[in-house]
Ligand binder design. Structure first.
Ligand SMILES: [Fe+2]
Ligand SMILES: [Fe+2]
Length: 248
């Protein structure tokens, strides 16, 4: 079973650590009148994640299944979850639904466009479209505005085994991870474009107090400052002009 931690009131994290990647993969359950699962995880880890979720609620109660972009760790097990949770619907951006999800998924998606809100009971999830941030044309993130919590997918990615929540220097860790990735097969994880800083600053303007990343510790603190600092890190590491002859 994946390890389970309640990282904020009624927000549970089910974690599977994959040693080959030295990376934690988190799957978040938000317990509310209409429970939401954010990140289904890979098909191959479905049983582990389902067991973890089942230790909190009956998985059949899940109503919404969200994710940032179409990638196996984000939504690979979508159809397995839809089979278990018969009343659940995927929830994603318009582009994601049009280009992949409504073809892949066994049930059509509830589509959100910029600033649309998905209420789940006492919580309200506001959709932010963030094309190519962290990656993928279809990328978006969900901001839970009653608790100022940003579910930010691969932003703030940290390798290794991390504590569930940190108040420490998460940008330093994210920077170290990014620099390490650039030296290996995962180089270019996020394309740094003319839009990247604009989108990070748009997310910073939400002034989140909890940043929930899919890989590593969630960050509790000044989320606005952290996201603006992350733009600086991305620009420094990912925004360098490619060397002549580089494949990237
Ligand atoms: Fe990703
Ligand atoms: Fe990821």
């Amino acid at each position: 079973m994946g390890s389970v931690a309640e990282i904020a009131p009624d927000i549970y994290r089910v974690t599977v650590f994959v040693p080959e990647f030295n990376l934690e993969f988190h799957h978040f359950l938000v317990k509310d009148d209409e429970p939401l699962l954010f990140h289904t995880g890979f098909r191959r880890t479905f049983a582990e994640v389902r067991e973890g979720i089942a230790s909190v609620i009956d998985p059949a109660r899940i109503r919404w299944i969200g994710f940032s972009h179409f990638e196996s760790d984000e939504c690979g097990a979508l159809n397995e979850w839809l089979a278990v949770a018969r009343h659940a619907e995927p929830v994603c951006g318009l582009l994601g639904a049009m280009v992949t999800v409504n073809d892949f998924s066994s049930r059509p998606a509830r589509i959100l466009t910029e600033n649309d809100v998905l209420p789940t009971g006492r919580r309200r999830f506001r959709f932010q479209h963030t094309p190519h941030l962290p990656h993928g044309w279809d990328a978006g993130v969900l901001y839970e505005e009653t608790e100022r919590t940003l579910f930010c997918s691969d932003l703030l990615l940290q390798t290794g085994k991390c504590e569930p929540v940190t108040r420490d220097d998460v940008i330093g860790r994210a920077r170290e991870t990014l620099a390490g990735l650039e030296a290996g097969p995962f180089a270019g994880v996020t394309p740094y474009t003319a839009h990247t800083g604009v989108m990070l600053n748009k997310l910073a303007d939400l002034k989140p107090s909890l940043l929930i990343t899919q890989h590593g510790s969630a960050y509790a603190g000044d989320g606005e400052k952290a996201l603006r600092a992350l733009d600086g890190v991305y620009r420094e590491i990912l925004g360098k002009p490619a060397a002549a002859g580089s494949a990237r």
